[in-house]
Design a protein around this ligand. Structure first.
Ligand SMILES: [Zn+2]
Length: 414
């Protein structure tokens, strides 16, 4: 008898534990009338229904691996809804950022709040993410803007990690906005010499990230941080080509970065570079939606050229106040042209690959962490009726952590 069985799912998408790209999509399996058997915090088997201590009747539903949100700006404190309202009245994001608002305002809000306040605020966010099926998420610093404050944010991420049931991983967003009174080069030098070594050696971050944009940092700074990260044995990521084509997508692919994220203005030449590399193209349609950007990433070209494409929420108080991966999947299908199954891949195993966690999460194969989401209806209708809550149940680390009100009758405990 196993500990938990998601029994008789109408459709089950196991994923094979490796990123899916190019031709791989044609051999993607969707199993019909299938159960997932979980033992402790691991997947035991996928196939016929087992006797289990807890059985969730998944008939009529789709079971997918727990969602992996590979790009968030948690931990942060407080929202910036007034800036969103100002944008809706015609103010540009760049202008908010150049003034007292944007990233600088979130940095102040974080600085003015106590550790306990930040942890309580982010704990609620993590709980909301869990109810929507996110069982693994990435966190970033980047609202510190000084060595000390960036390290405080990473230590808060580590403390949050201990309090939430999800698997988490942290990134040092070493260059997010240029700290007042410093040049870009001065800050990047300080980040490379002081911040990153402590973040890496204390196990506070497994990757370094930066924001390449005319209002932030340039490719020379990406190179400087990449050198430091390579010496410290941590991976590189980059916020690339979001507001203009800065060539950061192609740069990331050529330098072997773990991911290039956003890519709204990425050129077709850069698509070829990404497709020829293992650098994950992380698409963040929540930010495009919130900023009402007309420029969309070359999503279909990326998929058809064979790039590893992943999805993230970009959860942050300014440009993507969105924590629901089902909503991100809907946006990816509706506005970026992903097919439903591609979007599920992008939100699970490919997102896990971007974080270097694909051997642990993002797929429902024996031995992997027992994280799963039960969604109402067929997998190819995942973005149909987008205002409906499709999440019937969530399993995180082998535990049934959420059952939608009204679905309690599907649970049998022996
Ligand atoms: Zn971001």
């Amino acid at each position: 008898m196993t500990s938990l069985c998601l029994k008789d799912a109408a459709w089950l998408v196991p994923m094979a534990g490796e990123p899916v790209r190019g031709e791989g999509f044609s051999s993607l399996e969707v199993l019909e009338h299938c159960s997932a058997n979980l033992e402790g915090d691991r997947v035991a088997s996928v196939g016929s229904g087992d006797d289990a201590e807890v059985i969730f009747d998944a008939s009529g539903c789709t079971v997918v691996p727990g969602f992996v949100d590979c790009h968030t700006h948690v931990p942060f404190f407080g929202w910036r809804g007034d800036e969103d309202a100002a944008r809706l009245s015609g103010v540009r994001y760049q202008d908010l950022h150049r003034g007292e608002g944007g990233i600088f305002r979130s940095a102040r809000m974080l600085q003015q709040s106590s550790d306990d306040e930040v942890l309580a605020f982010c704990g609620e966010l993590a709980a909301a993410m869990l109810r929507r099926g996110t069982t693994t998420f990435e966190m970033k610093s980047g609202y510190g803007l000084s060595v000390e404050a960036e390290l405080r944010q990473l230590r808060l991420a580590a403390r949050l990690s201990e309090r939430v049931p999800q698997r988490t991983i942290a990134t040092c967003l070493a260059a997010h906005a240029v700290p007042p009174g410093k040049s870009q080069g001065e800050w990047v030098g300080e980040a490379a010499a002081e911040l990153l070594p402590i973040a890496a050696q204390d196990g506070l971050a497994s990757a370094c990230d930066l924001y390449v944009e005319s209002i932030a940092f340039a490719l020379e700074h990406a190179a400087r941080l990449a050198e430091a990260a390579s010496e410290l044995g941590i991976r590189m990521r980059v916020h690339a080509d979001q507001l203009e084509d800065s060539q950061a997508g192609a740069f990331a692919a050529r330098w072997g970065f773990a991911s290039a994220d956003h890519l709204n203005h990425t050129s077709l030449d850069a698509v070829a570079d990404l497709a020829a590399s293992d650098t994950v193209a992380v698409l963040l349609p929540g930010a495009t939606f919130t900023l009402r950007q007309s420029a969309k990433p070359p999503s279909r070209s990326l998929i058809e050229a064979g790039a590893v494409v992943a999805l993230g929420s970009d959860l942050n108080p300014g440009t993507s106040p969105i924590c629901s991966m089902p909503f991100v999947i809907t946006l990816a299908c509706r506005t970026y042209g992903l097919r439903p199954l591609e979007a599920v891949v992008a939100a699970t195993v490919n997102a896990a690959f971007a974080l270097g966690l694909h051997e642990e999460v993002g797929s429902l194969v024996p031995g992997r962490r027992a994280d799963a989401v039960v969604l109402a209806g067929p997998v190819d209708e995942i973005c149909y009726r987008p205002d409906r809550d499709r999440v019937m149940a969530v399993v995180c680390g082998g535990k049934l952590v959420h059952v939608r009100p009204g679905a309690e009758g599907r649970v049998t405990r022996s």
